[in-house]
Design a protein around this ligand. Structure first.
Ligand code: ADP
Ligand code: GN1
Ligand code: MG
Length: 360
């Protein structure tokens, strides 16, 4: 899709002359462009309004959450850069987003200089730093009034909802792809019940709802050139959730030995050194706040989130690739297979993972 980026950019308060705007990053949902304007750099994003139906509400969340974090940083003058946060730029109409003639929604962030994102962990230091960044994010928002947040994607990590969508997709079989996934369906059926644990603990009041990020994959943290985490990004899904959602979703990418769409499944495994490093960083920031049930079920959350994301990739494959951006027709199926292979590896190492968490 070709967009008239210049006319969109002219709707914002931009410092400097706009020189270039080039596609940037490897997210699956929004379209991102790096913008150079004199000395200034920005990150322009087309917000995926098929996925996010309430752009006003989503923007309200981001403005309030980033303001809250910034205010806290400002009150600690000597704070380290880890607490830096995204900053939205106002448009000329006084809002934090604009629309174009085709009904697309656009927003502009300050570009985080020297911020590098990874799709795969390269060493334990990165995993530890990522753990600290996501843990601190939860901490900084622990006194944020969760009730004011708009639920940008209702039931986002609700396992019952995700399973129901999956059964529906199979029943409809709109693209005649169900015949290709008999093994995967069996795999899901065997595990569906076990995966309801976190929801059950929530309903029983044994674990609290917190303000969570809900999309804590590795490329949603920016790192500096020394491997220190600078900033947590991609705040579209910040909503009330359980700590398990953030910890589990991180492990699935921070401790995977292969990419999310690796074609050789034998390369997909859990790396326990990276798991340990991430958990140490995360618990350093959150441990004092977590209750015993949360800590005892943290290792389980890696299985849960790997299962949920695999289930969502597979559901999208069956529906005909309507949700995630894909590069080839079987891309979502391959992504699902990677998650399920990773889940098998998590199951093999589960007792060890439990031991590691309880020892930290
Ligand atoms: P998506 O929902 O598509 O994943 P993200 O908000 O994660 O969108 O942005 C996609 C990519 O763009 C990120 O992985 C990161 O590399 C880059 N990015 C996003 N925001 C910024 C920013 N403010 N500064 C620098 N890079 C950014
Ligand atoms: C999407 O936006 P991005 O690429 O960071 C998705 C996540 C999935 C992830 C899988 C809003 O994340 O839930 O875990 O892909 N985000 C949304 O890679 O659906
Ligand atoms: Mg992202």
């Amino acid at each position: 899709m070709n967009y008239n980026l210049l006319s969109i950019l002219r709707k914002f308060n931009i410092e400097g002359n706009i020189q270039s705007a080039k596609p940037f990053g490897s997210g699956h949902i929004n379209d991102s462009f790096k913008v150079e304007a004199g000395e200034k750099k920005y990150l322009l994003q087309r917000i995926n309004h098929k996925v996010f139906k309430d752009i006003e509400g989503l923007t309200y969340n981001i403005v309030n959450v980033t303001d809250h974090i910034r205010n806290k940083i400002n009150s600690f003058q000597n704070d380290d850069p880890l607490r830096k946060t995204l900053r939205l730029i106002k448009s000329l109409n006084g809002k934090y987003f604009v629309t174009d003639d085709d009904g697309n929604f656009w927003r502009l962030f300050d570009f985080i200089e020297e911020g590098r994102s990874y799709d795969l962990v390269e060493n334990s230091g990165i995993a530890y730093e990522g753990g600290k960044a996501y843990g601190r994010f939860i901490n900084l928002l622990s006194d944020f009034p969760a009730k004011i947040l708009v639920e940008t994607i209702p039931d986002f990590h609700n396992i019952e909802f995700r399973l129901n969508n999956f059964w529906k997709a199979i029943k409809l079989d709109q693209t005649n792809r169900v015949k290709n996934v008999a093994d995967e369906i069996k795999f899901i059926k065997e595990r569906a019940n076990e995966m309801k644990l976190v929801l059950k603990l929530g309903k029983e009041g044994k674990i609290p709802l917190r303000v969570t990020h809900n999309d804590t994959k590795i490329n949603n943290v920016l790192f500096n050139k020394d491997g220190k985490a600078i900033c947590v990004i991609d705040l579209d899904t910040v909503m009330p959730g359980y700590v398990h959602y953030d910890f589990g979703d991180s492990i699935r990418t921070f401790a995977n030995t292969a990419d999310e769409d690796e074609s050789d499944l034998s390369k997909v495994n859990i790396n326990l050194d990276y798991f340990t490093a991430f958990a140490k960083g995360f618990l350093k920031e959150t441990k004092l706040n977590l209750n015993t049930t949360e800590i005892e079920t943290l290792a389980f959350s890696a299985k849960l989130m790997t299962f949920i994301i695999g289930l969502r990739f597979l559901t999208d494959y069956i529906y005909g690739d309507k949700y995630y951006k894909i590069k080839y027709p079987g891309h979502n199926l391959q992504r699902a297979r990677v998650q399920f292979k990773l889940l098998e590896s998590l199951e093999e190492k589960y007792i060890e993972m439990q031991r590691i968490i309880l020892q930290i």
